[in-house]
Design a protein around this ligand. Structure first.
Ligand SMILES: Nc1ncnc2c1ncn2[C@@H]1O[C@H](COP(=O)(O)OP(=O)(O)OP(=O)(O)O)[C@@H](O)[C@H]1O
Ligand SMILES: [Mg+2]
Length: 247
């Protein structure tokens, strides 16, 4: 253990991203220093949400050894998040040695493990007591999968960070964001808040992808899913709460 090194890192908020060659945005630094147990990140495409939580995974693995799980609807997506974390880790000096690694996991000399999982309940149930769980593309993660994650955190008091663009006015993430109250810390970043996304480019993208996708993917608004033939507002407006059912 090197106390001077650890202290100097602890005194530099966002040091993982800095040392990996990135200058973190203010919200990224806030997330990196946050000790909130449950955090929802509702962030535009390409705003840097995966990079931020990958850095958080790396910092946790170094400073608070234990199990870190990465979950997404598909293994390809959690594997992508793992790759980001590994690339960031490899860019850092003077960190614990990697003692075991595969395409989807790595174990450090201090006992930490970072593991990317497929989006299936059965696999998740095989793990216990994680320090940190990251759920990428969280609005697309099925409710049943989410409910298989939360019990793991009860004993370890591990942290949960869910990051996503919106995906309709449905599902656990939407409910947590809209109705979850103080249980969750929330961060919302639209494309206009991201200094790396150009306004001209955004204008062209709006024309190319259409209003529905643009509002969700870049303005991070919960809009009805495109599978839905009638919007929720239209359905709600058509329902008269005073009418008794006729059957
Ligand atoms: N603070 C930063 N400074 C410079 N580049 C950054 C910063 N944060 C993120 N990036 C870069 O921006 C790009 C997008 O980052 P990232 O993949 O983390 O975004 P995302 O929000 O997860 O995107 P997606 O919606 O596609 O999943 C990456 O090339 C990443 O390296
Ligand atoms: Mg991402």
């Amino acid at each position: 253990m090197n106390l001077a090194r650890d202290l100097s890192r602890a005194l530099r908020p966002g040091w993982v991203m800095h040392d990996a060659g990135l200058d973190p945005d203010p919200w990224q630094t806030q997330l990196l220093v946050s000790e909130e147990p449950r955090h929802l990140l509702l962030c535009s495409r390409q705003s840097g949400k995966s990079t931020t939580v990958a850095s958080k995974a790396v910092e946790t693995a170094i400073f608070d050894p234990g199990l870190i799980l990465m979950i997404a609807p598909a293994q390809r997506q959690s594997g992508e998040l793992f790759r980001k974390a590994k690339d960031i880790y490899l860019a850092l000096d003077d960190v614990p040695r990697i003692v075991q690694e595969s395409a989807r996991s790595m174990e450090l000399a201090n006992g930490s493990r970072i593991v990317a999982l497929p989006g299936t309940e059965a696999t998740i149930r095989g793990y216990s007591a994680p320090k940190l769980v990251l759920v990428d593309e969280a609005a697309r993660v099925e409710d049943a999968l989410y409910h298989s994650i939360t019990p793991m955190l009860a004993v370890s008091r591990g942290r949960l960070i869910a990051l996503t663009t919106p995906y309709g006015r449905r599902g656990w993430f939407y409910e947590a964001w809209e109705h979850g109250g103080d249980y969750w810390q929330r961060t919302k970043i639209s494309a206009h808040d991201c200094p790396r996304i150009d306004a001209e480019w955004l204008k062209a993208e709006r024309e190319s992808v259409g209003d529905w996708a643009f509002r969700q993917e870049y303005l991070v608004e919960f809009v009805d899913t495109d599978e839905q033939f009638f919007s929720s507002a239209l359905i709600e407006a058509a329902i008269d709460p005073d009418l008794e059912p006729i059957w």
